[in-house]
Design a protein around this ligand. Structure first.
Ligand code: EPZ
Length: 431
């Protein structure tokens, strides 16, 4: 088992190169299952969720060739329509994209219900099932598995108005509809950058998807998808995480290999807090010299402030002068990190779906435990900003979604070390 030891209190300086977007990669890999040929996918992040999804494809008969650190070739020509077992699906929420991909290719899917980060509340998939049924699939949930299939072996295009804006449901129905018969019109859809990236991937393989990134997506089903090459967009949330780290620790960092437009919602909030952000081509120069100012933020679907940046911003707001309020309108109970921040001296109260943060002069190092991916990243930020030593356990959550996170922070002058520990030590550390 691994933990991170962090000596905090130093500003960050240097450059960080942003990897491919996790939430695009975990959808594009399942989508490759629909392609009758070789998909060469570039700028793929080296994270455990990607490794897991590639292994699920391999178990279904795909052949995977690692070209280099960030490029794989996936050949699903001979893939069979097998079951995605519980042991795989429970470890990654994005395993549910296998349903849309298998339905798209075979008009039949048998996939265990997904796992993924636990925010203390439910993570329903009713909108996914609504979409599959609209396309003509019969859907049942039995024994922890989702069984879906079209009686006549083909899905038919349909009009679908989502009751809730859902990233997962938008992508899953896009996958299932890409090889269906006829026109599918999806409304009240999610517009995140990774939605557009998945649509662009599908189109580069011969699909006909229009309107991704707007409120209405139209998909005209095609007979088959051919192979091709696709490069994944840079990760908006990874970039935002390093921006929040500069806000919390101070210093100056160039965030390289990003799409500045995707960062607008995060940049705007940091500017409000007194952080300087300058756009330079495909980079942002982020600088924080003086004190941080308090800010209020409400998370919203894109182009609003992303819920996946909420814990990281909270880490910075712990040291902002004044009282800040964070409201999470997407995951109402995404505040399990607050108790860990309180162990470091943070002054935070949580009421329902909002956190009230009274800024303090500084945090103090402590033993803390990551409880989900973004909370874990926020704990690294808090530990790097705090005075003294922190020990972070539960780091496997962080490594699900951040490539080389220790190396990247060390290169910025962060004093963070990854050490192996006995499982019993981890329990002791968890306190
Ligand atoms: C995706 O999760 C992301 N995960 C999450 O990022 C992210 O927090 C979330 O979108 C919102 O942006 C991946 O892309 C793998 P949703 P997803 O469906 O698809 C409700 C991270 O840190 N809802 O957009 O599961 C739901 O309860 C992860 O990278 C329904 O009611 O989220 C929530 O309130 C954590 N019924 C809202 O919609 C449904 O069928 C948004 O959920 C589906 C969702």
């Amino acid at each position: 088992m691994t933990k991170y030891i962090v000596e905090g209190g130093n500003p960050l300086f240097g450059e960080v190169h942003i990897s491919g977007a996790k939430n695009a990669a975990v959808a594009i890999i399942p989508a490759a299952l629909m392609v009758d040929g070789v998909c060469r996918i570039e700028n793929i992040p080296q994270i455990s969720d990607v490794s897991l999804l590639l292994s699920i494809l391999q178990d279904l008969g795909a052949s995977i060739r690692t070209v280099n650190r960030s490029t794989v070739e996936i050949d699903c020509t001979g893939i069979r329509n097998g079951q995605v077992p519980y042991d795989s699906a429970r470890r990654c929420r994005a395993s549910y994209y296998m349903i849309g991909a298998l339905l798209g290719r075979f008009a039949k899917a048998d996939v265990a219900l997904p796992g993924g980060c636990d925010f203390g509340g439910t993570r329903p998939i009713d909108q996914h099932l609504k979409g599959f049924k609209a396309l003509g699939a019969e859907v049942s949930v039995q024994g922890g598995f989702i069984n879906a299939g079209a009686a006549n072996g083909r899905l038919n295009g349909a009009s679908i108005f989502f009751d809730k804006v859902s990233v997962g449901a938008t992508i899953n129905i896009m996958l299932a509809a890409a090889l269906s018969d006829g026109l599918t019109v999806m409304e009240n859809v999610a517009k995140e950058p990774h939605i557009v990236d998945v649509a662009n991937f599908l189109n580069s393989m011969g699909a006909n998807v229009k309107g991704a990134g707007t409120d209405v997506i139209k998909i005209r089903g095609v007979e088959r998808l051919h192979g091709g090459t696709y490069s994944i967009i840079p990760d908006q949330i990874e970039a935002g995480t390093y921006m929040a780290a500069v806000a919390a620790c101070g210093g100056q960092v160039k965030i390289c290999n990003i799409i500045p437009k995707h960062m607008d919602c995060i940049t705007a909030k940091l500017l409000e807090m007194g952080v300087e952000v300058d756009e330079i081509d495909d980079s942002l120069l982020v600088r924080r010299i003086g004190p941080l100012t308090k800010a209020n933020v409400k998370t919203m679907p894109y182009p609003g402030f992303p819920t996946d940046m909420q814990p990281q911003l909270a880490a910075a707001l712990c040291m902002a002068h004044g009282t800040s309020i964070i409201t999470d309108s997407v995951w109402s109970s995404r505040f399990r990190y607050v108790d860990e921040f309180k162990r470091m001296g943070a002054q935070i109260q949580v009421n329902d779906n909002l956190a009230i943060i009274e800024g303090v002069e500084h945090l103090t190092g402590a033993q803390i435990q990551a409880c989900d991916l973004r909370a874990g990243a926020a704990m690294i930020i808090a530990a790097l900003a705090a005075y003294g030593t922190s020990e972070i356990t539960g780091v496997h959550y962080i490594e699900r979604g951040y490539e080389s996170v220790v190396e990247k922070f060390r290169r910025l002058g962060g004093n963070i070390t990854s050490v192996e520990i006995e499982d019993s030590d981890a329990i002791l550390t968890a306190g």
